[in-house]
Design a protein around this ligand. Sequence first.
Ligand code: SF4
Length: 488
Amino acid sequence: MEAVRSQRKSSFSNGGGGGVSTLPIYRSAPPLEVRLEDFELYAVDRLRVLKRISDGLSRGKKPDEMEKLVLDLWKTNMRHEHSSEVVNKDIISHFVLRLVYCRTEELRKWFLSMETTLFRYRFRDESPEIQRALMAEFDLQYKAVSNAEYESVKDKLNQVARAIGQPITSTDTIFYKNLHRIWSIYIGCFGYSYDQEIWIDWVPFEEVPELVAGRRVLIQKGNAYIAMNQVVSLVITQFRSLLSKALVLTNRKWTSMIREQEKDRLTPIVEALSTSYLGPDYSQPREHAELSLKDIDQIAKSSFPLCMRHLFDKLREDHHLKHGGRMQLGLFLKGVGLKLDDALAFWRAEFSQKVGAERFDKEYAYGIRHNYGKEGKRTDYTPYSCQKIISAAPGVGDHHGCPYRHFSEENLRAALTRMGVGNRAMEDVMDKVRNRHYQLACTLTFEAVHNSTCDAGVNHPNQYFNDSQKIFESKKSSSNPKGAAAST
Ligand code: SF4
């Protein structure tokens, strides 16, 4: 795959088996030319899908919820204005993210897990014909098990089927047997009903570890039987194994060649992608939203996420914040609608109690005007995302960073109690923190204090604020339908 600055044309089809699959198995990078803009844009779209899958898994969503989530995400994010380009977008984005996520063990593990989950649900969504074509692509060749063979194990298959709640419902059956693999130990599986058909395959047991681990197979005389509706385990094991090996190889190529060769063009994009924030930038407040100084204390209490509430309280308490804290809180306040004049008045009122008004004007006012693009390069600076805040390394005396990551457990519990998080929600939050799902912990806090869901998860402090305000606004308008006004 080559990144170019010109137009590219290509098409893809799995073919075979009586249907055209739109699900590639990504065996090798196809000879496509990719425009540099698409290289990044496609990868960002796929990354949105993978990140939401990661959130769904961390939240402990059930398989049927995950299935819906994955398919919805795919439809929403992986569209293309030209339908013929949808499959190319899929392939290109996958191979770009391979480059991005091959670079460390941790990145490889995450990518492997998310891509496998994505593939699992996309495979399940395909028709039986396409599923069989894909199995052939993975070199999982099966042929029919004879009726005589089926008859000899039928009763036991039915027993297993009933035990796991998937009874065999039809006598009109077709069975498959892997004739290539005359192994000393086979795995098996049992029947399945799919459009009045039952499929049975014999496969080596190491290809379906999930089924063996879940005791969902019939094993007899060292052989075992697999049903078509469980074939997904077989396919996923193959997919995972191929991708895992491919990631290691890609890493070798990346470190030995690509990184250096592409240092002026692709390398900066690849290196930025794994840590990039994918949401809106929040440098401008919501339409018509303005935060006035007289409301700021009350709004901080009701709608600031913990990171900003902590900074705000510390500023009120100490009348001072170090540089990291001033940047994190200052840009957040700009994003929620605090105008420059009000921001100067707010910071001056606090700092002058500690350093005096004159020193504030001399040493600190410049930084505030700078954040609003009124000094220096006159850039309109963007409020920090969760990812940026979480990856900060606050030192002694600093108060910036993400409390879910940077507070001790004791301090975090105390802060969450002050926010009104009850005992049950507290344990859920702490559980996510222990597993290093800090944004998810923040999402659960949001849900607990607002008594409302936040399906998209918290990705940005300003998003937390906006979502919180929306909830208060809708409560206000439902209790006062005539004259609801924005609370900021
Ligand atoms: Fe702030 Fe994000 Fe951490 Fe929540 S998860 S406290 S919004 S940095």
